[in-house]
Write a protein that binds this ligand. Structure first.
Ligand code: HXC
Length: 510
């Protein structure tokens, strides 16, 4: 028996070495951890249970029959994050560049199927060159099987992808169908085709970083939801994110002990809004002061920064915060902000996470760049997402709520359950200057008349009361009481139930 156990340990030790010591050293030299080191950091200490450590590929062409490596380039299994079950797989770049073979795909789909059966989140750590070229269509078929499961699991269990090395082909398409993508700065890249192919096809000379680095995807394309300095920071932040997420779409939001009194008032909020209505202020200050212990996990902090999205907790329970950001483009809604907000709202709705919306929006961004870029469709995504949401929606208008953007931002009309306004709120079709120039065009040559008309407009419309008189605003609240009012509203709405007419699925404006 002792012999057998020793043999088992030897086989395990060999499998754990993946592509061998030299390749592990090369991985470390590039500032990257190995697949197993990454899983150890992601999961609670000692909780990882590995599957299929001895699986090898079955390819026999291009000399592949002589290069079988146990595990076949991916480490799969399950463990816990702060005690809650999470399934995970980590691509092993030391084995055929983490590329996906037929058997490698079977290992991943097994974990996807188990995560679905157990209704627990799945995290993929990517560091891989896509389909294993030597396996041809068998590898493509394997990716198809992974993609299909990504889609079946969408909206049922949270799926998180972390890009931790150069990733191409299927290793970017599978992440693209999951809920969140995070990257590591300077060591991770995402592209459908790499710089060499780009040069051959288009003559464009571009570095990997310029083509698909973290700066590109977290800041420009919006493909990624965030980027972190290194593997360790990234994985620790993933643990923090997982703590906010429900295990599945039926489980309800997690509830963690909180020492922050839901009744806490914050008098500094009474002076958050500057006297000058054109002066910006940081909406994140409001989020941090309302959320339990100021703990806020921001999604897409560097993309579409005129809207802020992310997770926090109130009374220990997860909420999604969506806020216009007056510090960036005056908080206007453009295509990027609309797409960003829409995707976040839909994630929250799919997983039963209540949404708290803070509104300070001067409208949609005018101009040819936006119109040619499809602002109408992108703006409609956010409108559609809010109108469709059946989770509790609590909205607070802090300052401007102008035009169509007023309707979009979880107004009463599209399904807001509780709509509060601060006394500083201005709810109107547009600001005073634009409005007076249109409806009193005949007075434009007379500054006194225009000044009087402007005052009249401001008094009547640039307040929360025209909306409150109609019941579109449930209550005008004092800023310092915002956390208390939201906490009470969310407690009241805890069992919110909405009936929708039967249909196969909606037709979101894509
Ligand atoms: C087989 C691969 C591989 C692949 C890398 N390797 N990608 N082996 N199939 N797809 C191997 C290399 O041969 C090398 O082996 C080792 O992994 C490390 O790769 P390097 O190129 O030395 O590393 P690096 O310079 O860091 O470049 C990484 C890379 C590059 C950017 C990922 O390898 C690359 O461009 N690979 C091909 C990407 C690609 O086009 N994949 C197919 C996509 S199609 P040795 O033994 O020399 O160390 C696809 C279809 C899915 O995925 C469907 C999508 C919808």
């Amino acid at each position: 028996m002792k012999d057998i156990l020793e043999k088992l340990e030897a086989r395990r030790a060999h499998a754990r070495l993946g592509g061998g010591k030299n390749r592990i050293d090369a991985q470390h030299k590039r500032g990257k951890l190995t697949a197993r080191e990454r899983l150890e950091l992601l999961l609670d200490k000692g909780s990882f249970e590995e599957f299929d450590m001895f699986v090898e590929h079955r390819a026999g062409e291009f000399g592949m029959e002589k290069t079988k490596i146990p595990g076949d380039g991916v480490v799969t299994g399950w463990g816990t994050v702060n005690g809650r079950t999470v399934f995970a797989f980590a691509k092993d770049f030391t084995v055929f560049g983490g590329s996906l073979s037929e058997t490698h795909a079977i290992k991943i789909t097994k974990i996807q199927d188990m995560a679905m059966k157990a209704r627990a989140p799945i995290v993929g750590l990517f560091d891989a060159g896509g389909a294993r070229i030597q396996e041809g269509v068998a590898a493509l078929g394997g990716y198809g099987d992974v993609f299909k499961r990504n889609v079946v699991a969408s909206g049922v269990i949270p799926q998180i992808s972390v890009i931790m090395g150069p990733c191409a082909g299927g290793d970017v398409y599978s992440p693209a169908m999951t809920d969140f993508i995070f990257m590591v700065k300077d060591t991770s890249y995402m592209f459908v085709t790499g710089p060499d192919v780009v040069k051959t096809v288009t003559n464009e000379i571009v570095t990997a970083d310029e083509l698909g680095g973290a700066g590109v995807h977290a800041g420009k394309s919006g493909v990624a939801d965030g980027a972190f300095e290194n593997d360790v920071e990234c994985l620790l932040q993933m643990r923090r994110l997982i703590d906010f997420l429900p295990l599945n779409n039926q489980a309800g939001v997690p509830e963690w002990p909180s020492f922050d009194d839901p009744e806490r008032e914050d008098f500094s909020l009474d002076t958050l809004i500057p006297d000058n209505p054109n002066k910006p202020y940081d909406i994140k200050e409001l989020i941090l002061k309302v959320a339990d212990e100021g703990d806020f996990f921001e999604i897409q902090p560097s993309f579409g920064r005129n809207i802020v999205t992310g997770f926090g907790r109130i009374a220990g329970r997860t909420v999604g915060f969506v806020s216009n950001q007056p510090m960036v483009l005056a908080g206007v809604l453009d295509s990027d902000a609309s797409r960003k907000g829409a995707r976040f709202v839909r994630f929250c709705d799919a997983f039963g996470i209540p949404i708290v919306t803070f509104v300070d929006v001067p409208g949609f961004l005018p101009g040819t760049a936006q119109e040619y870029g499809g602002l109408i469709k992108h703006g409609a995504k956010l409108l559609f997402a809010y109108s469709q949401a059946s989770v509790p929606l609590v909205t607070v208008i802090t300052r401007k709520a102008f035009g169509g953007a007023y309707d979009v931002m979880a107004s009463k009309h599209v399904g807001g359950d509780i709509n509060y306004a601060w006394p500083t709120a201005q709810i109107a079709v547009m600001g005073a200057k634009g409005a007076v120039e249109i409806i009193f065009r005949q007075d434009i040559g007379d500054p006194d008349k225009i000044a009087a008309r402007t005052r009249e407009y401001e008094e009547r419309f640039l307040s929360p009361f025209a909306a409150a008189e109609r019941g579109y605003i449930d209550e005008v609240i004092r800023p310092h009481a915002t956390r208390r009012r939201i906490a009470r509203a969310l407690a009241m709405l805890r069992n919110k139930t909405v009936e929708m007419p039967p249909r196969k699925h909606d037709n979101l404006p894509l």
